[in-house]
Design a protein around this ligand. Structure first.
Ligand code: GTP
Ligand code: MG
Length: 189
């Protein structure tokens, strides 16, 4: 089901993990790669495709949540403020939220809004797993060096107990197993 804001979300039952990231980072594609269903979450070349909070039931008590992408420049200011309010409210108040998968295009990691989302989650002591997405766009060396920099940044900020990171590509299915293990942990009863 889909909800425009926290108020319309399904009941607080069981556990869920949410996928967040800038518009076009590849959130919907990752959910499709994970579930082996290329049509489950709608993907698009147009940023801002996912505008509602979309819930996907894995079991009656385990859900994946596709959040609206943020940071898309061509969206009117009023709509940006509305999204920001909805996202912060969801992260801060959703009791059954067990963790956040924070997706960033490997070519532009840790942008302003990513840091904002990360800080909201850290304030709530919510575990975050960063996916450096579209890893297929870089050669192995540069991809690994970006991952190393992001991990170093987390260690320097002393948040590496709560925040982890990995490479990911929906296209090449890189890192799917690693992500599955993280999700199983977060969603464990
Ligand atoms: P919004 O719903 O707008 O926030 O976007 P999203 O984060 O859900 O992104 P989506 O999954 O719709 O993907 C955006 C674009 O990136 C699409 O054209 C995808 O085909 C492409 N894309 C997604 N994942 C990958 C990947 O791993 N590699 C490459 N090369 N392209 C990808
Ligand atoms: Mg989407």
């Amino acid at each position: 089901m889909s909800a425009p804001s926290l108020r319309q979300c399904p009941p607080e039952q069981g556990a869920e993990v949410a996928f967040a990231g800038r518009s076009n980072a590849g959130k919907s594609s990752a959910i499709n790669a994970l579930t082996n269903n290329s049509k489950l979450a709608r993907t698009s070349k147009t940023p801002g495709r996912t505008q509602l909070i979309n819930f996907f039931d894995l079991t009656p008590d385990q859900r994946l949540v596709d959040l609206p992408g943020y940071g898309y420049a061509k969206v009117p200011m009023a709509m940006k403020n509305e999204w920001q309010k909805n996202l912060s409210e969801y992260i801060q108040k959703r009791q059954c939220l067990r963790g956040l998968i924070l997706m960033m295009d490997i070519r532009h990691p840790m942008q302003e809004y990513d840091t904002m989302m990360l800080n909201w989650a850290i304030e709530m002591e919510l575990p975050v797993h960063i996916l450096l997405t579209k890893a297929d766009k870089l050669k192995k060396g540069p991809a690994n060096s970006t991952l190393h920099k992001v991990r170093q940044h987390l260690a320097d900020a002393e948040v590496d107990d709560l925040v982890s990171a990995q490479l990911f590509s929906s296209l090449k299915k890189t890192g799917v197993k690693e992500l599955e293990a993280v999700l199983n942990n977060l969603l464990a009863p």
